[in-house]
Design a protein. Sequence first.
Length: 267
Amino acid sequence: MRLSAISSGSKGNCILVNNENSTFLVDAGISKKRIEEGLDTFNLSPEDVDGILITHEHSDHIKGLGVWLRKYKMPVYATDETIKCILNDGSLGKIDSDLFNAVEPGKELVLKDLQIKPLSISHDAANPVCYRFNSNLNEKSCAVVTDLGKTTETLVHNLQELNTVLIESNHDVGMLQAGPYPYYLKQRIWGERGHLSNEACGDLINSIINKDMHNIILGHLSGENNYPDLAFQAVRNEINFAKHKFYAEDVNLKVASRNEPSCDVEF
């Protein structure tokens, strides 16, 4: 099984999850050209993609969707509320509504040989989800978990026993507080329906880390309120100073690029 970041940041997101027989994108928040180039980086083509899973309707997760679907007609999966928002988003242009398939948080679906479970997250969107993937080929699992202001017991329960996770490490609290954003935007970001800080990301990792977790990818970093090295060190410290028996050095800890393909991991 494989997880790769075509782009992961506050300006645009597109994540690749695939195995020998199945290839899916999580979000299409960058241009069609950049998605094509990202797939090519990982030795894939648009024709290899079996479908797109959308987490929520914010532009950094869907802005490339309209152009992509007009060129490559393929199924799209999202919650019903998210689908309605997408189809009513005039900036995306005309989209064939027949390509969309509604998913329910907590209800597993089987696509090709992947078991995919949408999980509710706390974010200021219509009905946002993250996704967990289990492969029927090798019994490996991963999850893409971004855009959440807080964690819940249900979410933590559903993220147990993962082999790989891409998880949001959006901002450094000090940078956000001292930065140029207006106060209302700062409140949104650090609120319970906003984004995870580096430390909050570490807390979530500490609640799901296990002996079979091989890869941890930090994603969705803010371009204004975080640095890759800062996120890496903060999360590393959170893992190493926790009370569990695991250490950051025991896993492949990476930071996804905001602007280019990165973090191509197999497990």
